[in-house]
Ligand binder design. Structure first.
Ligand SMILES: Nc1ncnc2c1ncn2[C@@H]1O[C@H](COP(=O)(O)OP(=O)(O)OP(=O)(O)O)[C@@H](O)[C@H]1O
Ligand code: NI
Length: 334
């Protein structure tokens, strides 16, 4: 948690918090023993806020999205609090949890083909979700709100008869059927080509500003994230290493991991002959390091890094590092 005694938390600046995660840890004991694949996560989202979760593959972004949506696999063991609209979701009965989730949290995944039921028409899937969540809108209206033309044909179609972009719009319509206060979008456009990707992002953002839900946007793509989100949390190996306003974090990273991601992304955009990337790769959970989990890849590493770094709290910014980069005087350079 940030700014405990002095500052105002960012979520509060955006309106009241609708989601608060406190000391959340997730393990897969049968696979990785006592290692936490999500380790002591603290995070909140304000009403109507757009928050990005960023990090390399295997850092735990999707597991965090699943935990928030109460969809963790049964082999996962979770500890900590996840409070949605003021209620601790994890302490409720299964059926109550399902109804809260059904009415408050919508989910859009990358892979529409596996998120949709392949044997069932789009219309039946929408009807089912509308019924379950007591939606006021009809399936046809939902398809119109995600700007799918040819509504009648699409209602009758099976998922495989649609294009990737159309399927992604159907997923968004299903999320809207839940009257969401929060939408978790996990790499929602990764599988699409660039033009369609831009259209889907624009749709999601239009709906977000018209309907006012908060957006938890999981992505690898710093360009998308900087265009579309207000706040960012950087994850490495199951831990949040830095949070703050998206523009400030990306322009003036304090954590060496964030700095590495930013320079790799800039290098990619500028089409450098030799792509700058962070040396090495994310370890598998069974070999996560004690102390700072990033230390084997970090250019600033010293002995102290085998001790877990505290979370430093500055106004509007948290980071967990023994050797952070100094704050640049003028954010907004370049
Ligand atoms: N069902 C599972 N059982 C055991 N381990 C799992 C399971 N699901 C995920 N994991 C592990 O949890 C860790 C985090 O995975 P996660 O899918 O959240 O990463 P990610 O950041 O979303 O990566 P990507 O960018 O590739 O989607 C990985 O080490 C993964 O192997
Ligand atoms: Ni993922």
């Amino acid at each position: 948690m940030s700014g405990v005694d002095t500052g105002v938390r960012m979520g509060e600046l955006m309106g009241e918090d609708i989601l608060e995660i406190e000391n959340l840890s997730v393990r897969f004991p049968r696979r990785y023993g006592p290692v936490s694949v999500l380790d002591n996560i603290n995070l909140s989202i304000g009403s109507g806020e757009r928050l990005a979760i960023v990090g390399e593959s295997g850092c735990g972004k999707s597991i965090l999205g699943l935990a928030v949506s109460d969809l963790l696999p049964s082999s996962a063991v979770a500890n900590g609090r996840i409070e949605f609209l003021g209620t601790d979701v994890r302490s409720m009965s299964k059926s109550r949890r399902r109804s809260i989730r059904g009415q408050g949290i919508g989910i859009v995944y990358q892979d529409a083909m596996t998120s949709l039921n392949p044997g069932m028409s789009v219309g039946s899937q929408l009807t089912q979700v509308c019924k379950r969540s007591g939606a006021e809108a009809t399936p046809a209206e939902l398809l119109e709100s995600v700007r799918l033309g040819e509504t009648r044909r699409i209602l009758r179609a099976k998922p495989y008869q649609l294009s990737g972009g159309q399927r992604q719009r159907v997923l968004i319509a299903l999320a809207l059927a839940r009257n969401p206060r929060l939408v978790v979008a996990d790499e929602p456009t990764t599988a699409l080509d660039v033009t369609v990707q831009a259209q889907i992002m624009e749709l999601l953002l239009n709906l977000q500003s018209n309907l006012g839900f908060a957006l938890l946007f999981i992505s690898h793509d710093l360009a998308l994230v900087s265009e579309f989100t207000q706040r960012i949390a950087i994850m490495y190996a199951g831990q949040i290493v830095e949070t703050g306003l998206t523009t400030e974090v990306l322009q003036d990273p304090r954590h060496p991991y964030t700095a590495g991601l930013v320079s790799a992304s800039v290098s990619l955009e500028e089409g450098d002959d030799e792509l700058k990337s962070i040396p090495g790769q994310v370890r598998r959970p069974e070999s996560f390091l004690e102390g700072c989990r990033f230390r084997d890849r970090c250019e600033r590493v010293t002995e102290i890094c085998s001790v877990r770094p505290r979370v430093e709290e500055e106004p509007g910014r948290d980071f967990a590092c023994h050797h952070p980069y100094a704050k640049t005087a003028s954010v907004g350079r370049n």
